[in-house]
Design a protein around this ligand. Structure first.
Ligand code: GLN
Length: 190
């Protein structure tokens, strides 16, 4: 049975827990974690949406920066989580991201007029569009070699896959469509 851990420092933690519980079914186990002591027992971890500067400060405080960089399972990251996983944050020297995925992100890329919105977007690997919810969302403006872009909008890339990891500008944990969760779990052999 699969084990998923959800980083529970700040952000939409419970939504990630419910989505993974539903995607894994009764044989799976979803736990919260707040330090790095047992992250290597998880097949995959989720980095929630929230406020990336706050979450990064708490990651540093909990001594999790290096352990997250070195984590060998899959990482499922949404919104602020996408910012944390990136290798470069454009126009923003507030913090150094984890650099787990070779990509440049731009925070709050849709501006003030469009702080949040919904859109049906075509995604590589899905038969029908995904109804995506964007909340003060980042976009990816550059990806490194070997990184797969699953979806884009005119502002930039909004769904990215690399090795075992997936990162989204929007929130697949909201709305009940678990197709991305299933793709993530499949690649982990779950
Ligand atoms: N704008 C936030 C940030 O960059 C992300 C918003 C979200 O996670 N919904 O931290």
């Amino acid at each position: 049975a699969g084990k998923i851990g959800v980083l529970a420092l700040q952000g939409d933690v419970s939504e990630h827990v419910s989505a993974f519980q539903n995607a894994l079914g009764s044989s799976g186990e979803v736990s919260l974690f707040r330090d790095a002591s047992d992250i290597n027992r998880f097949d995959g971890i989720a980095l929630p949406g929230g406020e990336s500067t706050t979450i990064m400060r708490l990651i540093q405080k909990a001594g999790m920066f290096r352990p997250l960089q070195q984590y060998e399972g899959g990482i499922f990251a949404t919104c602020a989580g996408m910012v944390l996983l990136s290798s470069e944050v454009q126009d923003d020297s507030l913090f150094e991201p984890l650099g787990v995925m070779d990509m440049t992100v731009k925070r709050n890329a849709f501006g003030r007029q469009r702080e949040s919105f919904e859109a049906d977007i075509e995604c590589r690997g899905l038969d029908t569009p995904f109804h995506a919810l964007f909340i003060r969302a980042p976009v990816v403006t550059r990806v490194g070699y070997g990184t797969e872009v699953l979806a884009s909008l005119p502002q930039g890339y909004v769904a990215i896959r690399h090795d075992l990891h997936m990162a989204f500008s929007f929130h697949p944990e909201l709305g009940g469509d678990l197709r991305f969760h299933r793709l993530f779990l499949e690649r982990l052999g779950l």
